[in-house]
Design a protein around this ligand. Structure first.
Ligand SMILES: [Zn+2]
Length: 348
């Protein structure tokens, strides 16, 4: 598992043989067919939407990308059906982050067909409070007081708050790998690293189109750099820096742009906060003058609504991008999120 990309077979040869195609390499076949032929495209399974977005953007016309997690299904703890596992075994490449979807992790330990690209190393997953299901243990073993001196975040934070800092990154290896925060996709800089890793895997699997993958990567990187720049500028001068979310999906985003995330539910959107955790979030809302409690479309807003009602805050939607947005794509939704954050934090 130390090697991020583990080719198991020669993709082009096997794919062509399975289809009874005599001509190789792939480029020779597609020119005979008068253009790109989807039967020769690499079949890529992305674990869920943001990775699907990257694979599609880098692969372009040379790949058929599917998402293991269906659209509008919350991917945390999504259980793969037997047909999902069968579909997975027929693909050429699977791209995922382990520890986010245990059912997919299990399936990948069983299927032997596809190559597997694990993005963990590329995106440098770290740990944020709220990642561990047992919050008391998380506090106890992950965060001693010596870390607090290097914080530049405002205020105190609760069990789900964002304590991550340089010291935590250094200590990441001490923790169980399963507890790493998977939500890298809300950081446009980590998305660039993921895109690069996908480009490398696609070019390795299908060298004939490496130039196209490289060009697509350049274009995608420009988009992601633009988002990063917009976020840096847009969040540079704000009246507040703490934002309150439904589940703790925005830890990497908070780290990147000097914000502090507090969440109602921790990293698992389905987990109900304890009364003590809820009281801690309420205290943060009051102490930081938070005026907006963020909700998300795929998770019940009941607790967030109640918190807003109790504190006089309003609610707004911040998209954790765990499923395809209802309109536009990743970049559009990230731009919309930036505007929501700017409003909530009263940024100039
Ligand atoms: Zn999540």
């Amino acid at each position: 598992m130390n090697v991020p990309f583990r080719p198991r077979r020669a993709l082009a040869v096997t794919a062509a043989a399975a289809l009874g195609i005599a001509c190789l390499p792939l480029a020779a076949c597609s020119s005979d067919a008068g253009g790109s032929d989807s039967s020769q495209a690499l079949s890529v399974a992305a674990s869920f939407y943001p990775i699907q977005y990257l694979a599609q953007a880098v692969g372009g016309e040379h790949v058929n990308v599917t998402s293991v997690t269906p659209t509008n299904v919350e991917p945390h703890d999504y259980e793969l059906a037997p047909k999902d596992v069968t579909a997975l075994s027929g693909t050429d490449l699977v791209v995922y982050v382990p520890g986010f979807q245990p059912s997919l992790d299990d399936a990948l330990s069983e299927v032997s067909g596809p190559d597997v690209l694990d993005l963990t190393d590329a995106v440098e997953l770290t740990h944020h409070d709220g990642v561990e299901h047992d919050h008391d243990d998380a506090r106890k073993d992950a965060h001693d007081d010596s870390h607090d001196d290097s914080h530049n975040h405002d205020g105190d934070v609760d069990a789900h708050g964002d304590h991550a800092d340089e010291a935590d990154a250094d200590h990441a290896e001490e923790h169980d790998a399963d507890a790493a925060d998977p939500h890298f996709w809300l950081d446009p800089v980590r998305m660039q690293s993921a895109a690069q890793a996908i480009e490398t895997a696609l070019s390795q699997a299908d060298p004939n189109h490496a130039d196209d993958y490289q060009a697509n990567l350049s274009s995608l990187t420009e988009t992601l750099e633009g988002l990063d720049s917009d976020y840096s500028t847009g969040l540079a001068q704000c009246e507040r820096t703490t934002f309150v979310t439904s589940h703790a999906a925005f830890g990497y985003l908070a780290d990147r742009y000097g914000l502090t995330q507090a969440s109602v539910s921790g990293v698992d959107p389905e987990s109900e906060p304890s009364p003590a955790e809820l009281a801690a979030v309420k205290k943060i809302v009051q102490e930081t003058g938070t005026t907006t409690i963020f909700t998300e479309d795929l998770v019940s807003s009941k607790t967030a609504d109640a918190l807003a009602a109790e504190t006089g805050a309003t609610t707004a939607v911040l998209n954790p991008l765990e499923s395809a947005p209802s309109s536009g794509d990743y970049a559009d939704a990230m731009s919309a999120n930036l505007q929501e954050l700017r409003t909530a934090l009263s940024c100039q």
